[in-house]
Design a protein around this ligand. Sequence first.
Ligand code: AMP
Ligand code: MG
Length: 343
Amino acid sequence: MGREAKRTFAPILVGLALLTGCSKEVTEHSAEIFAMNTLVSMTIWGHDSNQVIVESEHFIYAMEDQFSTTIPESDVYLLNHNQGEWMTVSPEIMEMLDFSRIMSEETQGSFNPLMYPLVTTWGFTTGQQQVPSSAAIAEAMVATDLSLLELDMDNNQVRLSQNAQVDLGGIAKGYTGDALAGYLHEKGVKSALISLGGNIYTLGYKADGSLWNIGIQNPYGAGSVGSVAVYNQAVITSGGYQRYFIFGDETYWHILDPATGYPAKSGLASVTIITDSGMYGDCLSTALFVMGLDKAIDYWQEHQDFEAVFIVDDGDVYVTGGIADSFTLSKGYQSGQLWEISS
Ligand code: AMP
Ligand code: MG
């Protein structure tokens, strides 16, 4: 679908409402758009201009225009078709590639920004999903070697060799959420909730001064497993249920294990990261999903600069010590038990 065709969906809702509190009224502006292959919704409270919401929509489209792998004019698309030559990219892409490279090392390759050839082989970009031959997977895996990505940080230049192609799908929503929250803050917005396909950003407190209760999707059905009370933080989830196809008796999802080239079947149904930095949280949610619970716990215990909720295949829920008190299991969730991970 071309970009213009897709854009005709937006905005599908721009609303203004008044919340009547005990003593004063708080304005509320919201919008929902389709961007970055997902539903994006945002609401701001206590700010009198709907213009900010309209500008936020443009902000997100401008990000998508840079980061998309499929929009032919995007920086990432041009980079992926640049025939092994150096190319100047935006500072935003440079920052994400640099951070991805660090996270790839830090997670022993579980996060990899060069997954595009593999993702394409599985058909996740075209919507024509298929189980590829092992030869096709092996060929695509060769192109995911991080040595094929060269960054010249001083000149914002990037070079990809030998069929390597960038896919920022595991980090770009986190980056965009941070950037949008920063932009809203600059505009004087004190209270906002942004959702990029279920990746949540909370700016400040709720309009009434209380914490946000952010629900964590039940990977097995409707509703939430529980909720976490936060403010000024990103709550980022990766889960096999978010994009998948079924072939035979198997479910194949979009988060791939760079070590095997196949969908990561690590025993986890979803990973939610709670952190100040959405970019960090986005990389981590993908990487820890690939690692599986045991390695993810080791990772948390070593780093301790984020919090997490892990939902495992049998339905049990594990929360890290720092948020154990702010996490509440949904009353209706009966698929498993709640466990606290201590440091
Ligand atoms: P997320 O939803 O943040 O976990 O990101 C998943 C998306 O990131 C996929 O749709 C792919 O575009 C890409 N991706 C898949 N596997 C990986 C991986 N191991 N490392 C980095 N990006 C990945
Ligand atoms: Mg991610």
